[in-house]
Write a protein that binds this ligand. Structure first.
Ligand code: G6P
Ligand code: MN
Length: 436
């Protein structure tokens, strides 16, 4: 059996890495056709040129379709890998810069930037899911589109029976830092992690070769020597350094690095340049590189400098597909309805926890114990804020949006919440639903 896959948001700089991972897995995951789908025609056709080049170079005969038409993209597709970014980097830049102007955290998925993106993303993602329902209702959607907790909540309200798996690669990124910094091999890990997306903690890391929980040892190493961040770019190196400091302050569980936007927002804000944020870095590096590569391919020059690597994004998503197809029951951190898995957290929260993936889909693994009040309190507030935002979206409610913005853990008062909300409404225009 061979598969047809659609990469939605194919203009993204992550697409070459995903393609290379697919090729690495061709025995377990044989693909005969890849559709590159993006509403940005120029970015999509640029990516088509790169993908075509990479395939020819490797003498692979996968059929490539480059399209902005949802029917051509989805009809007959078996898997949809979604990494769409509604509003692109231009809007990411605004999500980051507007809150910073008011002295608040400005970030892609956390704080009010994440909420602004959430409003755009719900609109674009649900529209796309509507097309998938129409043209390929049996396809599996393997979703990376951010902000994932908000997307997962919105999708389950509108399409409760849809075949979707929501996954984030950040926990792999963290485990790779443990490997790189301290010499572990994450293949030996059975990890227990809980939280919301980009908002969670490792509780246990069981090492199958040593037959024990090595979390205490890992925490001690992080507290005493921090991470070796030499493999990261400056921005990610900074994030992992603050993550180590966060672990020193709360040394009982290993936090997801993204918690720094909530727990150490003072340090984050101090380090930001309000005129040059992460979006600018990406536009000036990753996106420029794509343009240069396309030029080189077209002009047939410097072809030996074209170099892409299989990425975590690709690896995680392809491994999930392989576990589904071959009923492997592999274990992944996935974003699923709580329904009692975290016993003392509201059951209608969308949480990120370990799950098995098999032919039936996703089987969440329930935690045995209650989580500590510190984590529960932070999570309950964040869940409520996210739910209010999703309510605001479906009910076109300004009031609920204002409540969501005010409750967000990066916001000190309703005055500033309202100022940012009003500016976000203005700047997002038709990317958002109308709020009355
Ligand atoms: C991690 C997160 C993603 C996020 C990405 C941003 O991979 O899990 O959800 O989008 O980082 O990275 P970037 O390099 O684009 O800032
Ligand atoms: Mn993520």
């Amino acid at each position: 059996m061979t598969f047809t896959i659609t990469i939605a948001g194919a203009g993204s700089g992550y697409t070459p890495g995903i393609l290379l991972t697919i090729l690495n897995f061709k025995k377990e995951f044989p693909v005969n056709e890849i559709r590159l789908y993006d509403i940005d025609e120029e970015k999509n056709s640029d990516m088509g040129i790169i993908i075509d080049y990479l395939l020819k170079k490797r003498k692979e005969s996968i059929k490539i379709i480059v399209t902005t038409d949802p029917k051509k993209a989805f009809e007959g597709s078996d898997f949809i890998f979604s990494q769409i970014r509604v509003g692109g980097m231009e809007m990411r830049e605004k999500d980051e810069k507007i809150p910073l102007k008011y002295g608040l955290v400005g970030q892609e998925t956390c704080g009010l930037g994440g909420f602004s993106y959430g409003m755009r993303s719900m609109k674009g993602f649900l529209e796309m899911v509507g097309y998938i329902q129409k043209y390929s209702p049996e396809a599996w959607i393997l979703n990376y589109t951010n902000p994932e907790s908000i997307i997962a909540e919105a999708v389950r309200r509108k399409f409760p029976h849809i075949k979707i798996i929501n996954a984030c690669d950040m926990t792999i990124g963290i485990e790779e830092m443990l490997e790189h910094s301290f010499g572990y091999d994450r293949k030996n890990f059975i990890s227990t992690y809980y939280g919301l997306n980009h908002f969670g903690w490792y509780k246990e890391i069981y090492d199958i070769t040593r037959e024990m929980d090595i979390m205490p040892e890992i925490l001690e190493k992080i507290v005493s020597s921090g991470f070796d961040t030499s493999i990261q770019d400056d921005s990610w190196a900074h994030a992992f350094n603050i993550m180590a400091d966060m672990t020193k302050i709360f040394p009982t569980y290993l936090p997801n690095n993204y918690l720094q936007y909530y727990l150490l927002s003072d340090r984050i804000i101090k380090n930001e340049d309000p005129n040059y944020t992460r979006a600018n870095q990406i536009m000036d590096n990753r996106l420029k590189k794509i343009k240069e590569t396309v030029c080189n391919i077209k002009e047939n020059k410097d072809l030996d400098t074209i170099d892409y690597e299989s990425s975590n994004h690709g690896l995680y998503i392809v491994e999930i597909a392989v576990s589904l197809i071959h009923n492997k029951n592999d274990r992944f951190m996935l974003i699923v309805p709580n329904q009692g898995s975290i016993p003392n957290l509201r059951e209608d929260a969308v949480v990120e926890i370990p799950c098995y993936v098999n032919s039936k889909g996703v089987e969440p693994i329930a935690l045995k114990d209650k989580i500590p009040d510190f984590h529960k309190g932070l999570m309950e507030a964040q869940v409520a804020a996210e739910k209010l935002l999703v309510d605001a979206f479906f009910e076109n409610s300004y009031q609920k949006a204002l409540e969501a913005f005010t409750l967000n853990q990066t916001v000190p008062n309703a005055t500033v919440a309202k100022k940012v909300l009003d500016e976000m409404i203005e700047e997002n225009g038709d990317y958002w639903v109308d709020l009355n």
